[in-house]
Design a protein around this ligand. Structure first.
Ligand SMILES: *Cc1c(COP(=O)(O)O)cnc(C)c1O
Length: 367
């Protein structure tokens, strides 16, 4: 049994992104218990920083101890009861995942489809919300499977008008572009640590409005999941600190360090960096005669989807980038399989150096 030594990688796929040394080092801080008074102080600091990051004053704001998908499940499993109606916008893998989750919770799911590679039409979404008067409506902010940024305010206003809760997937967008939970009227949102926060995977920051918490408190049926039971998780994170499960303490050390880095840089500067780096990437793609797959009006700043040119070998190119240049990029999913590559410039992977290395390697790959 040899030690695992994969060598260095340059992570430019749809997540995880590169993890800065400071964050990696935080994970080697000597372990304390998840109930240690010192750790409780850190938990309170993490909660405060996450509220700032989400643009919210929501009391129920904390990281769930699992990946982004578990944050998604925390929202749907706590807010939906069997027979409730959910209107869900689907224009990619993660919208489809939300719909699948709501169906498994025995909700009546009404899907508003958008073409993969475009947005879900906000006006259409608003119409369906008005017609269905659902318990909740949900969309993905940054659809990582297509590279599209979904406009939010019109949809959240329609949900509010219909008395529905509004859920937002911010897994990829949080920390890379503005996410304004309170201003937009979002009732529940979830993210992940391995995209624009550049922390290892394994935590999912979530936030719930008072309105949403009230809906959970007044459920007629119990919540089917123990692990993701919102009220029990909140009791540990923002309540009296009662034991529910053993939190991944070292990952929370890492999250704190990555949040420190986010606020040292400043949110505005960070958003600007993500935009600037994508502009450099787009200019370079143009020189290589490659075209972005998402239209210019709705491009996701931290994930650029690229049309695979005629005659290029999808897997062969990705394999070359990884074995010759240690660069990981993503492939197309679902109807976009074999049609696009996905290049992530998230968090610590959003630098000019990353883009220059990628463009040089891609030029060679295409030759
Ligand atoms: C990555 C991602 C998820 C899922 O997160 P996991 O950590 O892989 O469970 C959900 N939604 C979006 C938009 C994502 O990019």
């Amino acid at each position: 049994m040899k030690p695992f030594e994969p060598g260095r990688r340059i992570l430019m796929g749809p997540g995880p992104s590169d993890v800065p040394e400071r964050v990696r080092k935080a994970m080697s801080i000597p372990l304390v218990s998840h109930l240690d008074p010192a750790f409780r102080g850190l938990m309170a600091d993490v909660v405060k920083a996450l509220r700032e990051l989400f643009g919210t004053e929501n009391e129920f704001t904390f990281p769930v101890s699992a990946s982004g998908t578990a944050g998604m499940e925390t929202c749907f499993a706590n807010l939906l009861e069997p027979g409730d109606t959910a209107v869900i916008g689907v224009a990619g893998v993660f919208g489809a995942r939300m719909a699948e989750m709501a169906r498994r919770l025995s909700a009546k799911v009404v899907v508003v489809e958008g073409e993969w590679g475009g947005i879900v039409d906000p006006a259409r979404m608003a119409e369906v919300i008005e017609a269905e008067q659902p318990k909740l409506a949900a969309v993905v902010h940054g659809e990582t499977s297509t590279g599209v940024l979904q406009p939010i305010p019109e949809i959240s206003a329609a949900a509010r008008e219909a008395g529905a809760l509004f859920i937002l997937d911010c897994v990829t967008s949080l920390g890379g572009c503005p996410v304004l939970i309170d201003e937009w009227g979002v009732d529940a949102a979830y993210s992940g640590t391995q995209k624009c926060l550049s922390c290892p995977p394994g935590l999912s920051p979530v936030t719930f409005s008072e309105r949403a918490v009230e809906v959970v408190r007044s459920r007629k049926t119990g919540v089917g999941t123990f692990n993701l039971d919102l009220l029990a998780l909140a009791e540990y994170w923002v309540g009296g600190g009662a034991y529910h499960h053993t939190a991944p303490v070292s990952l929370i050390f890492a999250l704190w360090e990555s949040l420190r880095m986010v606020f040292e840089e400043g949110l505005e500067a960070r958003f600007k960096r993500h935009r600037r780096v994508q502009e450099m990437l787009l200019a370079g793609l143009d020189r290589l005669l490659l075209t972005p797959a998402a239209d210019a009006d709705h491009r996701l700043p931290m994930l650029t989807s690229i049309r695979i040119p005629e005659g290029a070998d999808d897997a062969g190119v990705r394999d070359f980038l990884l074995t010759e240049h240690q660069i990981e990029i993503g492939f197309g999913l679902g109807p976009l399989a074999g049609r696009i590559w996905r290049v992530g410039t998230m968090g610590a992977s959003a630098t000019e150096l990353h883009v220059a290395q990628f463009l040089a390697a891609m030029g060679q790959a295409l030759q």
